[in-house]
Design a protein around this ligand. Structure first.
Ligand code: NAP
Length: 251
């Protein structure tokens, strides 16, 4: 497939789930991968998998909500792999609760990781992209941005990321940098298995119940999102910017 040979790509939260599949797709297209996750063991497993398939990858322990750590990790990636051309802001968490039970900490933590994390990583990565007049940034929104019971913090953050996507697309477009967002529906990962457990549901039954509401008749898998990210990062997608692509098996 190719297209990203020699380019350095960072995928945040790529120790597992959607981010891991995104890192694998970008590596298959020739990118050299920086695997960021706050679980170093998981990041190392993703990197090892990519290397075992002939790719180049290195693992880093990073909390995307920590500005000092983001800046120092960015510097480390530059010196280990080279200037950064691709950034996929994927790291995220949920702290679901109905409004009356949602703590200030649940609100702040979700805002810090999703919104501030994407801001910090994008600000740090754009320097190389602007300098070299080429870049691809992808943010991770969600169908929850349209509203979802029990997720006032998460839905707000995911809607905010759409505003950030459009604004960065305007600011960075003149430097040949595109900025787009994926907005997945239900994707089978640790995150959604955790949601099922919190609702006291069996994860398999939860998936079956969701599948019946999806027009294509199944829940998503991480690769469904990863291939869309591959499209946004392709050199030939240079006229696609500021877009939010819903990936949810239907309209
Ligand atoms: P996941 O399976 O939990 O994987 C995300 C990885 O990122 C985990 O290893 C997680 O660690 C890590 N992480 C969380 N916060 C971090 C931080 N501050 N710094 C570094 N790493 C961090 O989640 P996923 O389902 O693949 O979701 C990936 C992204 O897609 C998230 O932004 C999520 O909101 C979004 N999304 C997911 C779905 C879905 O249905 N799965 C739908 C729409 C959007 P922990 O396990 O400790 O949290």
């Amino acid at each position: 497939m190719g297209g990203l040979e020699g380019r350095v790509a960072i995928v945040t939260g790529s120790g597992q789930g959607i981010g891991r599949a995104e890192a694998e797709v970008l590596a298959a297209r020739g990118a050299r991968l920086a695997i960021w996750d706050w679980h170093l063991d998981l990041a190392e497993a993703t990197a090892a998998h990519i290397i075992s398939h002939g790719g180049v990858a290195k693992a880093y322990r990073v909390d995307v909500g920590d500005s000092l750590r983001v800046e120092s990790a960015m510097e480390q990636v530059r010196s280990d792999l080279g200037p950064v051309s691709v950034l996929v802001n994927n790291a995220g968490i949920t702290r679901d609760n109905l409004l009356y039970k949602m703590s200030e900490d649940d609100w702040d933590t979700v805002m810090n990781i999703h919104l501030k994390g994407a801001f910090l990583c994008s600000r740090a990565a754009q320097a190389d992209m602007v300098k070299h007049r080429w870049g691809r940034i992808v943010l991770t929104s969600s169908t929850s941005a349209l509203g979802n019971r029990g997720q006032s913090n998460y839905a707000t953050a995911k809607a905010g990321l759409q505003g950030l996507t459009r604004t960065l697309a305007i600011e960075l477009g003149p430097f040949n940098i595109t900025v787009n967002a994926v907005a997945p529906g239900f994707i089978d990962t640790d995150m959604t298995r955790g949601t099922a457990r919190r609702l006291n549901l069996d994860p398999e039954q939860f998936k079956e119940a969701i599948s019946s509401t999806v027009p294509v008749g199944r829940v998503g898998v991480p690769e469904d999102v990863a291939h869309a990210v591959g499209f946004f990062c392709d050199p030939e997608s240079s006229y696609v910017s500021g877009q939010v692509l819903y990936i949810r098996g239907g309209p």
